[in-house]
Each structure stands twice: as C-alpha cells, then as structure tokens.
Design a protein around this ligand. Structure first.
Ligand code: F6R
Length: 606
C-alpha cells in the first residue's frame, strides 16, 4: 500500500518518477506528490495533490518541475484524510529535506509530542511526518546517518526514502514494506514494486528488512541500520514492460481476464511428466512426513487456497484446510513439524500472509509459497516456492493471478496424491490431460462475454446478490461475490448452496439475484432442488451450467453455459463468467474498474 518511486541520474527526474508512479498506482491512489532537486544546494521544489495521479499530472503540466533527483509517492491513507497537505512528499519548512513513506509508524503520537515540545511545527496529520522531523533533528551533513538515528526511535513498518539538498543523494531504508533498487548506467531508481522500473531497467536489488541504501553519483551503497556494509544480489527481472500495458483493452482487469488461457499455459509449462501421469514441481515432498496441510492467504488468494485445500484433501488424502492469514497469525493454531503450511499470494508482500507464515515457521512447520512476484519478501521466508508465472497483475481486483494459483495448486494436489499413493494413474492422467486442455475451455468461457453483458443489469441494479456453490465451487462462489463487491460496490454474499435453507433464503426477493454454480454432475439433483426452492420464492436465478445440460433452463431464470470439464477442474472455468459478470456490472454502473474506491493492491499494513 502506497507506491514509492525515486530517481537519481541524467534523465528528467520528475518525468521518470511520474512514469513509475503511474505503474504502481494500484498500490494506492487517493493522493500523489513529487519533490525534485534541480541542483545541489538549491531548495527542493514539490507538488502534491489529493486525488488520482492524473490530478498531479495536470498540475505538473501547468508547473513543470525540472531536476536530476526526484521522490514520488502515491498514497493509500492510513493516518490523516487524503488531502493536499497529508499527501507525500513531506518537506521540511526550509525546503531542504523531503520524505516519502509507506507503512505505519506505530509510536508517532509520543514522538510528535516530544518534537512539538522542542519546537517542531507539524503540518500534516500523518504518522509519516514524525520521521521527517526526526531526520531534521539528527542531520549534521550525513543523510544516511540521520536516517539511521531517526529510525532507531520509531516502531512500526516502513519503506522510507529521503533527499536533502546538501547531499546530492537519495537515501532509503526498509522494514516490512517493500523497496527495490533499479540499477542503470550512471542512474539509479527506487520503487515499491519492480513494475515501476520496467520501462527503465530490469537489473534490480530487492532490499531486505534493516537495509539502508544510498543512491549517489558514485553508485549504490548498501548498509544495515548500524552502518555496516551489506551485500544483496543483483537480479534480472524476466517481466517486460509491455505486459504491464493495457494493450488496447479498456481496462487492465479485462485484459488480465482475457490473458487467462495463456496464464494457465505458462503455469503448466515444464511441470508435467512426459507420460502425463504426474506433476513435476522440483519439490522434495516427503508426504509421509506431513500429517496436515494448512493453506493460508488473504482475500482472493484465500479463495484459491480454499480450492487448493479441497483438492489436496481429496487427491492426497491428507487433512487440509484454508485459514485466512489475518486470523491465523493470532489464533494460536496447532502447527508442528509435521504440518505443511502453504502461503498463497500474488504479491508476496501481504503483511497478514507474511505474519501467518512466520508464525507457522516459528512453530516448526514446513513452508511453501505459491507466489507470483520473484524477489518478494515471502519468497525469502519459506522453504520452497512455486511461482505462478502470471506476469505483472495491474488491475486491483485479482483475476489472472487467481487462475494461476488454481493451476499451480491443482498441480501440487496431483503431485501430493501421487506421492502419497492415493491418486491412481488413471485419474492423475485424466486431470493432467484436463489441465492441458483447459486453456481452450477458458477461451470458450471467455466467449460468453456478450451474454454476460446482457445479464449484468440484473446485478448492477440489485440491492444485494447471493452467490452459491457446492464442493470445490464454494470457494468459486466466494470469489465471485468478492469480485462483484470490490469493483461494482453492489453488496454480495456467498454461501455453500446447502446452507441457503438455514437462513439466507429469507433474503430472497426478485431484486436479490442469485448466481448459482450448477456444474456438479454428481450432486446435480441436489443443486436443481435448491434452485427450485429459490424459484418457488420468486428468486431470480442466474445459473452457471455445463454445456449440453438441457435440463437447467427449467430450474433457472437465466443460464450461462461453460464448457464441461472435470468437476475438480471446474473452479477454473466457472470463475470466468463470474469475473465477467462483476466487470460488466461495474462498467454498467460507471465504476473505476481498475482502481476501485478504498482499495489498494498489495496490502502491506495491518
Ligand atoms: C481481491 C484481491 C485481494 C488480494 C489479497 C491478497 O481482488 O486482489 O483480495 O487477493 O489482498 O493479496 P496477495 O495475493 O498479493 O497476497
């Protein structure tokens, strides 16, 4: 949450930083700002504006800022309303020191009181501004030393970047919130995510907690909080800049939904044995050393985890459950060395998921991350990583990463089933063949967009909506409801279908549409009975059903057909119409699909 970009070098620094900020705007978009140094010794110039980055861009067109060094920030407010004053950078009264911060300074109140008593004047309501004053207080010509002295007094999380007109350097530090250095020839960058750096460089260093970095004319210098030199590897990012472009699509979300067939292909590549009877994941799984699997994650990733846990339990016959990370981290769970904890995350920076995984490690669990972003914090804190290979996901509402999570978790469940011996050759082959054929099924599911556009007004005009599913598709229902809520702001709830009659059925009215996943052939009769119970109460039912199902129309008001696939793989196909329903409803309501209100991608604060 909150995007940071900084630059030092020969290009027009403000433009470079603005280009980077546009690419990390998904981290927060309630206000933005940039501070620029034109030459050593001259006061800084800065602009900050409430609202999206476009508001700042317009202001910069009227008042261009020129310089060789710039710090930029796009904010997701924690302390203090999103307005011009609370926007970052925070700049000292003499205009010589500027700071941007991502994270939360937990002890900011006593620090602010002390600083006020010693004459510091605070302009914003933010927690971040105390760090500016602490640095100002400690600064005696060495900016890195002043930053270290300031950080020794704070408690909380930070990625903090500062510049002082006396030092011709950009100095930064991280604890919990991510920060990446971009290396160029005589130029350097800092950013919250590599996505911001893609147009400029693919040579990066991921900072670790406790690192302090100085970008200067002589290059990059890395130390710890005590000033001791540290070494971090330089890595080459294999994403290219184009994958983070809209490519002619109206929204990133739509582009990312459309990309899903190729996302599945990439997630599968090289991960199936030649005889298609097992998954090859390069993991040393000793299944007999595992008594239990806990999948932990947040939001959409937790719904992918729900599908994953169901598949692992079903195919490997190992007890498996999903736990929302924000609860697991505080719940005193029963975890030991015979527990495999699988952390699922697009960003690898979600603070709850990181904390739950650390807690699991502390209790001796073996940990595995199913993860998209290479070099992210999570990747360094687990025993094994399975990468999603989904490429950069820009839409705040996750779609293609969810699809890649389902693909990788299905492979993992198959591998575990083979390793425990509970998954026979025939079913393994059937599932793996099904996975290989899945991109084609997804293409057909995507072709339902026209049909869904016609149905979207039912959801866009709804007071509330209910999403129902059974078995592995209970999680699909939760994911569908979340997608609708977060981008269209229409209230939605999800339930296991059989739970309807235990309460939620009281909500049924014509303006509370029900989206029901009806692809489970084995429990088909149970599903149609549930739909009849809804119809008998004037419920408006949109069924997601398998192609060739001639009966379903008698049980639903509207039907969206998807290709028939193995039920264990059906969450991957069934989620596509739900993503499109949310998308088309949000578009019909005129919502900002890629940057929905109050949200931000990569939740790095509690
Ligand atoms: C919803 C969404 C969020 C994330 C959640 C976890 O569309 O994107 O619910 O899934 O914040 O994020 P990651 O996967 O980065 O850990």
């Amino acid at each position: 949450m909150c995007g940071i970009v900084a630059y030092l070098g020969g290009r027009p620094a403000a433009s470079v930083v603005m280009e980077g900020l546009r690419r990390v705007a998904y981290r927060g978009y309630d206000s933005a700002g940039v501070a620029v140094a034109s030459e050593a010794g001259a006061p800084l110039e800065w602009l900050k504006r409430a609202g999206k980055i476009s508001v700042l861009e317009e202001a910069l067109e009227r008042t261009p800022l020129a310089g060789y060094l710039a710090l930029g920030h796009t904010r997701w407010a924690t302390h203090g309303r999103p307005d011009d004053v609370n926007a970052h950078p925070h700049v000292s009264e003499d205009g010589r020191l500027a700071l941007v911060h991502n994270g939360i300074i937990e002890n900011y109140l006593p620090l602010r009181e002390r600083l006020r008593a010693s004459g510091h004047h605070f302009r914003s309501q933010t927690d971040s501004e105390v760090v500016l004053h602490l640095i100002e207080e400690a600064f005696q010509g060495d900016l890195a030393a002043a930053l270290r002295a300031a950080l020794a007094q704070v408690r909380g999380s930070y990625a903090v970047v500062v510049a002082h007109t006396d030092s011709a350097e950009v100095v930064a530090a991280r604890h919990t919130s991510p920060l990446v250095v971009g290396h160029g020839d005589g130029e350097q960058w800092l950013a919250s995510d590599v996505t911001a750096l893609l147009p400029f460089t693919r040579h990066v260093t991921h900072l670790q907690d406790g690192d302090v970095v100085v970008l200067g004319r002589g290059g990059v210098r890395l130390t710890d909080l005590q000033g001791r030199e540290v070494e971090r590897p330089r890595e080459l990012v294999d994403w290219d800049a184009e994958t983070a472009e809209k490519d002619g699509y109206e929204h990133f979300m739509l582009k990312e939904i459309a990309e899903q067939p190729s996302v599945v292909r990439r997630a599968l590549a090289g991960r199936i044995t030649d005889d298609a009877s097992d998954a090859e994941l390069g993991l040393s799984l000793e299944p007999h050393a595992i008594d239990r699997v806990i999948v932990t994650a947040a939001g959409t990733a937790s719904y992918a985890g729900g599908v994953g846990a169901a598949l692992i339990e079903s195919l490997a016959r190992v007890p498996a459950s999903v736990e929302v990370a924000s609860e697991m981290r505080y719940r005193d769970p029963v975890i030991d060395a015979r527990t495999l904890v699988i952390a699922v995350s697009q960003s690898g920076e979600t603070v709850d998921t990181l904390a739950a995984t650390r807690e699991a490690r502390r209790r001796g669990a073996r940990t595995l991350a199913v993860l998209n972003v290479k070099g992210s914090t999570l990747s360094r804190e687990v025993d094994d990583v399975l990468y999603l290979r989904a490429g950069p996901e820009v839409g705040v509402a996750s779609t293609k990463a969810y699809m890649a999570m389902l693909t990788v978790l299905t492979l993992l469940a198959i591998r575990m089933g083979r390793a425990t011996g509970s998954l026979d050759d025939t079913l393994a082959k059937r599932l793996l063949d099904g996975l290989v054929a899945l991109p084609q099924a997804l293409e057909s599911a995507l072709a339902s967009r026209e049909r869904i556009r016609d149905l979207a007004p039912h959801l866009a005009g709804a007071r509330s909506a209910l999403y129902l599913g059974r078995g592995v598709n209970v999680s699909t229902a939760f994911e569908g409801a979340l997608k609708l809520k977060e981008i269209s702001y229409v209230h939605a709830e999800a339930y296991p279908m059989g739970e309807m009659k235990h309460g939620p059925i009281a909500l049924i009215e014509p303006d509370v549409p029900v989206v029901a996943i009806a692809t489970d052939a084995e429990r088909y009769d149970k599903t149609t009975s549930s739909l009849q119970e809804l119809r008998a109460r004037d419920g408006f039912v949109i069924a997601i059903a398998s192609e060739g199902d001639d009966e379903i129309e008698a049980h639903a008001s509207e039907v969206v057909f998807v290709p028939r696939v193995d039920e264990l793989l059906s969450p991957m196909v069934n989620v596509v119409p739900l993503q499109l329903l949310a998308y088309e409803s949000a578009v019909a309501l005129g919502r900002d699909v890629d940057q929905p209100r109050n949200l931000a991608k990569s939740v790095t604060v509690e």
